[in-house]
Design a protein around this ligand. Sequence first.
Ligand SMILES: Cc1cc2nc3c(=O)[nH]c(=O)nc-3n(C[C@H](O)[C@H](O)[C@H](O)COP(=O)(O)O)c2cc1C
Length: 177
Amino acid sequence: MNVIEAIHYRHSYRGKYKDIPVPKEDLIKIMQAGLDAPSGCNKQTTSLIAVDNPDVLKQLHSVIEPPVGETAPAAICVLTQRVNAYRDKCFAVQDYSAAIQNMLLAIVELGYQSCWYEGHITDDDKICDKMAQILNVPEDYELVCFLPVGIAESNPIHPQKKTFEERAWFNSYNQSN
Ligand SMILES: Cc1cc2nc3c(=O)[nH]c(=O)nc-3n(C[C@H](O)[C@H](O)[C@H](O)COP(=O)(O)O)c2cc1C
């Protein structure tokens, strides 16, 4: 699969996962893809924790309510440090978003599925803080995203997207050539 194919093939997977472990080498490849992402002023504000220990996964799932990705044999938690890249400009969100997208593509390329769970864990009930505590995350980092990783039992659903013409143009707004 080339990169363009992986981009088109990737979709959010919210179904069940097969009970097959993800080898550490694959988790390392996925995390390395995340760390290879660009970052504003190369500040590299994104850090990652892969979780493949069933006891630790269980602890995480005990605080993720309602549950998501609970059958996945592994997961990657994305951490950010909201430091300024220059003057008062903080690019932490852009940095971790680029890292997450790289990881989602690597996940697909390696034959796994995932879903970008950020809204769910960063809502008012702050599931992310409970997860950070379980993973001994220091105070100056925030846990912002949870990516289950595993082999899917079913196919991801392809949501309806707006057409190319509704969102992309040439040379001027709303122009086709
Ligand atoms: C910043 C961000 C936060 C997201 N948070 C969640 C989430 O909390 N729960 C969820 O089910 N999907 C979440 N998603 C996945 C989106 O719902 C999904 O990407 C969108 O519906 C388009 O579907 P696709 O990924 O299959 O193309 C999130 C995606 C992004 C970019």
